[in-house]
Design a protein around this ligand. Sequence first.
Ligand code: URA
Length: 270
Amino acid sequence: MGVIKNLKHLQASYEGCEACELKCHRNKVVFGRGNPKHPMLMCIGEAPGRAEDQSGLPWEGDAGKTFWGLLRKSSIDKDDVYCTNMVMCRPKGNRDPTAAEMRACRSRLEQQIQIIRPNALLLVGRIALNLLGYGVGGVAANRGVIHEVELDGGIWYAVSTYHPSYLNRTQSGDIQDAMVQDMHLAWSAAEIVSQYRSEYASNPNQACFRELNSKSKTAIAESTQARGAALEGHGSARRSEAESRRKDHDTREDSRGRKKLRLDRRQSVD
Ligand code: URA
């Protein structure tokens, strides 16, 4: 069966999903959107919000606008991306999904990844970090590196980044820069995998997969090093630009003392 047919079957099997409590308040099951045929990136967000619950598609609301804008800023084409979430149904009041809800949705997510076989994963926001295991810490501690995620039947490269809603709340130029960097990093991982994947496409057995991984790992390390050196070159200009944006932001907030306090508290939650 082809990718599209497989995915349609999978989606149909979850249409009336009753696996967890989120069934009680949802309007629509939000399965996924984008290029399902081995795209460069599969972006895994947290959960549908109000707009997604209405339309049945991920990334539709304010966070969505920011998300698509950041992809554009990172020169990543919509057609090279497939998007889904840790859970398919909207938690009431946009609360975080619980561990039990994520467990209930996990095999759906794993099957989706197996069928789509993206080159790399982009984990968007702290909830998606659950894919790396428990107790890994927040986004700040996990971004900027390429992780390996072991799921049934394979190892996938993953890069984590902040949630667009966090950027919307903080309006921080530094966070925006970090997110664009993370998207670039995820893209380089995906490019390297695509290069080696075509080499092994004719013989995709486990031994080849392991070799693919070790070759990709070396290539990713080299490209990350090269990127690091290139970024260092732009470093001082970027730093002074970011610094002046931060000063501008601080000044604006200082004249509204209470708002600044609220923003500061939120900033500690990525
Ligand atoms: N919309 C999504 O699809 N996922 C999120 O995490 C947030 C908004």
